[in-house]
Design a protein around this ligand. Structure first.
Ligand code: KG4
Ligand code: ZN
Length: 343
């Protein structure tokens, strides 16, 4: 039996809708996907405005679903289930995706499946052109999360370490803001860093030698603030500070990932989440993994950042593994704060 699942992602500032098919044998297939990013909507405010995000998800969800079905040349009756991100994320934004998905499922008399956003990120590499095999270490680096996980199979996740304050993406975004760069800062800071010297400013590498796999990035932001006050307004020194900031974040992510591989004895590393788009991180991880004979998987960029495909996929894989909480109840709740360990 194969499963066709329509998935809705609406946990933050991207409305993602996608249709995934998981056949009884063979790898899962992405049949169609559509995404609307709210970057422009929030740009003037320097960050995500939750109420604006919720209202925009309302406007986008159904038109995106229509275009996905059209692209796949399928009708609503061809779906087996409707999935949605139940959490973690912004409460109002989550309610939109959950409300749309559960109502649609009830109208079609099909089950709905609630998905944990981070499980979506963890499993997203299975849709990439170079899917991993279990088990692997996953470095999950997004705007809201920085975690190292041991992944042994669907639903078998062990948290090895995580940030005790800011996420890596947040460190990029907040430092970028201090450098006067627009939201979302990560890609802008990375671009400016290309023109700078990474050893120009002494910045801390928090918890680098802590002996565990936890991260901390709040202190780095403070150090960037202190250094940014010393800057003359020349482009050169701003680029140097951007390069030094990126180097500090990347070094910590790199060393902790290598420590996680050593600790688990695993030979496979998967990078997921938006910061996985960072070129310096990708290049340095690749070099370090090559040296150790470790297989490194980077999903395509569109799968690293938030999307509907990972939600449809996680639902279908859980369902296939007999794990999913497929439900025909016409009620739902969202979980804005939801540790992955609780699924
Ligand atoms: O996974 P994601 O799209 O959304 C969340 O679940 O948070 O990650 C977004 C984060 C933002 O902090 C953004 O600045 C960062 O990923 N990001 C980058 C790059 N592209 C996106 N950070 C550094 N370099 C990049 N090239
Ligand atoms: Zn995410």
């Amino acid at each position: 039996m194969s499963w066709r699942v329509l998935g809705f992602e609406s946990s933050c500032d991207e409305t993602g809708v996608a249709l995934v098919e998981v056949p009884a044998a063979g790898p899962p297939r992405l049949l169609a996907q559509a995404l609307h990013s709210q970057i422009e909507l929030h740009q003037d405010y320097g960050g995500v405005v939750p109420e604006l995000a919720s209202r925009d998800h309302i406007r986008r969800a159904l038109p995106l679903a229509r275009s996905v079905l059209q692209e796949a040349a399928l009708a609503l009756r061809d779906l087996d289930a409707i999935a949605y991100t139940q959490g973690p994320g912004l409460a109002g934004a989550l309610l939109v995706g959950a409300g749309v998905a559960v109502s649609l499922a009830a109208a079609l008399d099909k089950p709905s499946i609630a998905v944990h956003h981070l499980e979506g990120h963890l499993l997203s590499p299975f849709l990439s052109s170079d899917p991993p095999d279990f088990p692997f270490v996953c470095l999950l680096v997004s705007g809201g999360h920085t975690q190292l996980m041991r992944v042994d199979g669907v639903g078998r996740y062990e948290l090895l370490g995580e940030t005790i304050d800011d996420a890596a993406g947040e460190a990029f975004d907040k430092s970028a803001k201090l450098l006067g760069l627009p939201y979302p800062g990560g890609p802008h800071l990375a671009k400016l860093a290309e023109k700078g010297r990474k050893d120009a400013f002494p910045l801390p590498r928090p918890l680098l030698h802590s002996g565990n796999l936890d991260f901390s990035f709040a202190g780095l932001k403070t150090a960037v603030l202190t250094q940014s006050r010393k800057l003359e307004a020349s482009e050169g020194s701003r680029a140097d500070l951007a390069a030094s900031t990126q180097a500090a974040i990347v070094e910590v992510l790199l060393k902790k990932s290598m420590a996680a591989l050593k600790m688990t004895g695993l030979q496979r590393l998967v990078v997921a989440g938006g910061v996985g788009a960072n070129r310096s991180l990708r290049e340095q991880l690749q070099r370090a993994c090559d040296r150790r004979g470790v297989r490194l998987h980077f999903p395509e960029l569109a799968l690293c950042t938030d999307n509907g495909a990972m939600i449809a996929l996680a639902a279908a894989m859980r369902w296939q593994a007999g794990l999913a909480c497929a439900s025909k109840a016409a009620s739902f709740e969202v979980r804005p704060r939801w540790p992955l360990a609780e699924i």
